[in-house]
Design a protein around this ligand. Structure first.
Ligand SMILES: Nc1ncnc2c1ncn2[C@@H]1O[C@H](COP(=O)(O)OP(=O)(O)OP(=O)(O)O)[C@@H](O)[C@H]1O
Ligand SMILES: [Mg+2]
Length: 215
């Protein structure tokens, strides 16, 4: 069975698509077959990014496709699941019945958030709602992205720690280098700056450890 990872948040612009594609590339480079599903049909961010990746000579992925619903993404992959080790779903920035469907089906859900209370409060509320619907704690993790100062990171970590949810290792700062890389079809771990790549690799490694531990 493929390991299903959902990247979601009720907030827009927190880094869902950036983390989804970075993760797809990282898992693929570790020798696994990955399907990357773009569920944001209004924006098509991830499939557009993949076109830029191919145009710029980047490494290919086994599958990058649009799907209208979580059911479609998973139904269409069920037959193919033996040939995929991991399926990553990049969700749109809003909460809906799709959010719950994905949380239910996934082995792991990752919610990126910045360190502001504007982002943290609804992020924690979403996990509380999912928990109330029976989604187990261990499935839900936060990742800190677009962090501007160490103080912001420390405050965010403390805020999340008090809720009991997990925060993945590897905190990503808000850096122009990440934007520039993605503009040319690269990922968060493929920037021109080793410190940025190392932070992204720490985050991605912590997710891959869960995947390999599950196999
Ligand atoms: N760590 C970062 N530093 C700088 N820019 C970043 C970082 N992470 C993401 N970005 C940029 O922020 C913007 C939003 O990122 P992204 O598209 O990944 O978020 P999203 O949560 O998928 O947004 P949406 O809700 O619109 O789907 C993009 O322009 C992206 O390149
Ligand atoms: Mg997106």
């Amino acid at each position: 069975m493929a390991y299903i990872i959902g990247i979601l948040s009720t907030k827009g612009g927190v880094g869902k698509s950036s983390i989804a594609r970075a993760l797809a590339v990282a898992i693929s480079s570790s020798g696994y077959r990955v399907r990357l599903c773009d569920l944001d049909i209004a924006q098509t961010t991830t499939v557009d990014w993949y076109k830029r990746r191919l145009q710029n000579g980047g490494d290919t992925l086994a599958s990058v496709e649009m799907f209208r619903t979580v059911d479609d993404a998973l139904k269409n992959t069920v037959d193919l699941q033996p040939s995929f080790d991991a399926i990553i779903l990049d969700m749109p920035g809003r909460s809906s019945v799709e959010t719950y469907k994905l949380a239910h089906a996934a082995n792991l859900i990752i919610q990126p958030t910045s360190g502001t209370l504007d982002d943290l409060v609804p992020a924690v509320r979403l996990y509380h709602e999912l928990k109330a619907k029976g989604i187990p704690y261990e499935k839900m993790a936060f990742t800190l992205n677009r962090i501007t100062t160490e103080a912001e990171a420390a405050q965010a970590l403390e805020y999340i720690r008090r809720t009991g949810y997990d925060v993945l290792d590897g905190i990503l700062q808000d850096k122009a280098g990440y934007k520039m890389a993605q503009n040319i079809g690269r990922t968060l771990q493929e920037t021109n700056y080793s410190t940025l790549n190392e932070a992204a690799e720490e985050l991605l490694g912590s997710i891959i450890n869960r995947l390999t531990g599950n196999r």
